[in-house]
Design a binder for this molecule. Structure first.
Ligand code: PRP
Length: 182
């Protein structure tokens, strides 16, 4: 495929086909676990929206959705763990079965923050699905209830994930660097 002006990122880590298959498996597990109920999916912007769009289309139960926009302070390497909300939730999560939808879990600082902030609003329960998990990078001991792929300490882009806001539109997940950002 001709990507036109998009810079080429040659190494594919996870193809669109592998991703679709795994997203289907995750959606089936979530469908089973929430059978007869209506989970409220909260997608964390920006990275998670591509994954979330595919995930809900593989699910076979009613869902409601909302989005929380966040951005890391500082250089954008998530090292500070300080997070600023850029778009708040539209509807109350009180009493709801909330499923946080993330693209990637790295140090865990963002998820820790999200769990603290959302718990204040008294959801019935709060679970997490992440497409990617860099478990070996964890600094804060958090974990997701549903994980698509565990990956090594590499820097990946595509399928919603960016570097400096680029590459989100790539259909596959590519390795941009074999070392993480500092
Ligand atoms: C990514 C991801 C998580 C966070 C995980 O967001 O979506 O929110 O980093 O990192 P952590 O576990 O080290 O806290 P990013 O800052 O890349 O923003 P984006 O989703 O807008 O691209």
């Amino acid at each position: 495929m001709d990507h036109g002006k998009v810079d080429q990122v040659p190494e594919v880590l996870l193809s669109r086909y592998e991703i679709e298959e795994r997203v289907g498996v995750l959606a089936a597990a979530i469908t089973k676990d929430y059978q007869g109920r209506t989970p409220h999916l909260v997608g964390i912007l920006k990275g998670a929206w591509v994954f979330m769009a595919d995930l809900i289309r593989h699910m076979d139960i009613d869902v409601t959705v909302d989005f929380l926009g966040i951005t890391s302070y500082g250089s954008g390497t998530h090292s500070s763990g300080e997070v600023k909300i850029t778009k708040d939730l539209d509807v109350s999560i009180e009493g709801r079965e909330v499923l946080i939808v993330e693209d990637i879990l790295d140090t865990g600082r963002t998820l820790k923050y999200l769990e603290e902030v959302l718990s204040v609003h008294q959801p019935h329960n709060l679970r997490v699905v992440t497409l990617l998990d860099k478990r070996s990078r964890r600094i804060v001991p958090v974990k997701a209830d549903y994980v698509g792929f565990e990956i090594a300490e590499i820097f990946v882009v595509g399928y919603g994930l960016d570097f400096d806001q680029k590459y989100r539109q790539l259909p596959d997940i590519h390795v941009l660097r074999h070392t993480p950002l500092p």
